[in-house]
Design a protein around this ligand. Structure first.
Ligand code: SF4
Length: 416
């Protein structure tokens, strides 16, 4: 059995698979589901953890289900995730689909008992244990007008710190070198708890109680939730990796308002200045949506300017995709051609900004974590390639010699 991710590209077909579409959270949940399947001997089914973030994601899902059934008409497919949560009536009718597990209960083992057998099930992950994802919450209380996820995952539910601690220890015992805290909106962690907790609390709690955890990273943060407590934690906790990814979405305040985002462009600039002052080695990443309804050329220009004003280097650019059921789908839409051109233009700019940022590292030494024998990431999540062989999962002091296609090329100086 295999776990494939992102595009859900098909692996050599056999009777059972776990296919994970979409975000890191889905990938993290698919690993947990893999654990259930191993334990319960679920060997005769293929499980797909679906995504509904864009219409394109759902098109790929339907294409995958049809391909799986075409390759093996006896296949038994179980669906879970945001797409099957949103349209169960549509997916249950598809050939090969035998069951749908709700997004809200997909992490309870009891949901899988009916598929259990007494056959042994041994799964390999298909990738070495370097970076593990640790879910700390699910759902979201915000109401961004373009977002379908809040409709498919419900309100913010934070996991209790002891459960998170046990799963962190389990990842370390499995040999993972780095843990990334993930969820739908991790910056809202603890708000629903009594007594209240927050993201800085769980970061400090994990680093205090798992001394073997030397590399802790954060998935996407809502700029509106980055406060002085979190900035102080980023400053003082050395084992917290200096990579901050923010769901910025736009550089125009009117568009941010129409998205129902709770931050302004100036707040992003100020927050990032504060973080850089506290921890100068931080690299910022950001999600940006281009072509949001009513976005004018001038508003788009505001987004372009924000990339440099807020020191954003690692960009994920998303062409706006209308999602039926969201308020944004009812707003006056921008022409598809304009959206495509803006995405292309912003990706080019983002590429140039990253190249400029990477040249700042030439001649310097950095710490890297090897992902395989030649590829690795720096602590701030920059991609590097080694001219000499690396050992997967090992940390190295690494000398940066050159930059090629936005990858730092260099050589290890010593193992850490
Ligand atoms: S913060 Fe907004 S975009 Fe993110 S999950 Fe919540 S509603 Fe969706």
């Amino acid at each position: 059995m295999q776990v494939s991710s992102a595009g859900g590209e098909l692996l050599p077909m056999d009777a059972n698979n776990i296919i994970s579409f979409g975000c890191r959270l889905n990938a993290c949940e698919s690993d947990i589901i893999k654990g259930f399947a191993e334990e319960l001997g679920i060997v005769d089914f293929t499980l797909i953890n679906t995504c509904a973030v864009t219409a394109e994601a759902e098109r790929k899902l339907r294409q995958t289900i049809r391909k799986l059934h075409c390759q093996n008409p006896d296949i038994k497919i179980i669906l879970t995730g945001c797409a099957s949560e949103l349209h169960p009536e549509r997916y249950i009718k598809m050939d090969g689909v035998v069951g749908i597990i709700s997004n809200r209960t997909k992490l309870s083992k009891s949901e899988y008992l009916k598929y259990a057998t007494d056959k042994p099930a041994v799964f390999n992950l298909g990738h070495p244990k370097v970076r593990g994802f640790l879910q700390i919450q699910n759902g979201c209380d915000q109401k961004c007008t373009y977002c379908i996820v809040r409709l498919t995952r419900g309100n913010n539910v934070s996991f209790c710190e002891d459960d998170i601690l046990n799963r962190a220890k389990a990842l370390i015992n499995k040999g993972y070198k780095e843990i990334i805290l993930t969820g739908v909106n991790i910056s809202s962690y603890g708000r629903d708890m009594e007594p209240k907790r927050n993201l800085p609390f769980i970061i400090r709690y994990l680093l205090k109680n798992v001394p073997e955890l030397t590399r802790l990273g954060l998935s996407s943060l809502d700029p509106a939730d980055i406060d002085d407590d979190l900035i102080e934690t980023i400053k003082s906790e050395e084992k917290l990796l200096p990579h901050i990814h923010e769901s910025v979405q736009s550089g125009d305040d009117m568009i941010l308002k129409r998205m129902a985002r709770r931050h302004t462009r100036n707040q992003v600039i100020e927050i990032n200045e504060k973080i850089l002052h506290a921890r100068p080695d931080v690299i910022f990443g950001a999600d940006i949506i281009v072509g949001f309804p009513t976005e004018t050329d001038e508003m788009f220009l505001g987004t372009k300017k924000l990339l440099t004003e807020a020191n954003l280097s690692l960009l994920h650019i998303f062409p706006f995709s209308k999602r039926p059921g969201t308020p944004a789908s009812l707003m006056p839409q921008i022409e598809k051609k304009v959206i495509t051109n803006r995405a292309k233009e912003l990706r080019k700019l983002a590429n140039d900004i990253l190249t400029k940022k990477l040249t700042e590292y030439l001649g310097k030494d950095v710490i890297i974590l090897a992902e395989d024998s030649e590829n690795a990431k720096t602590n701030s999540f920059l991609q590097v390639k080694s001219s000499t062989k690396l050992v997967t999962g090992k940390e190295y002091l690494f000398h940066c010699d050159s930059v090629h296609k936005n990858v730092i090329i260099g050589r290890p100086l010593e193992k850490r």
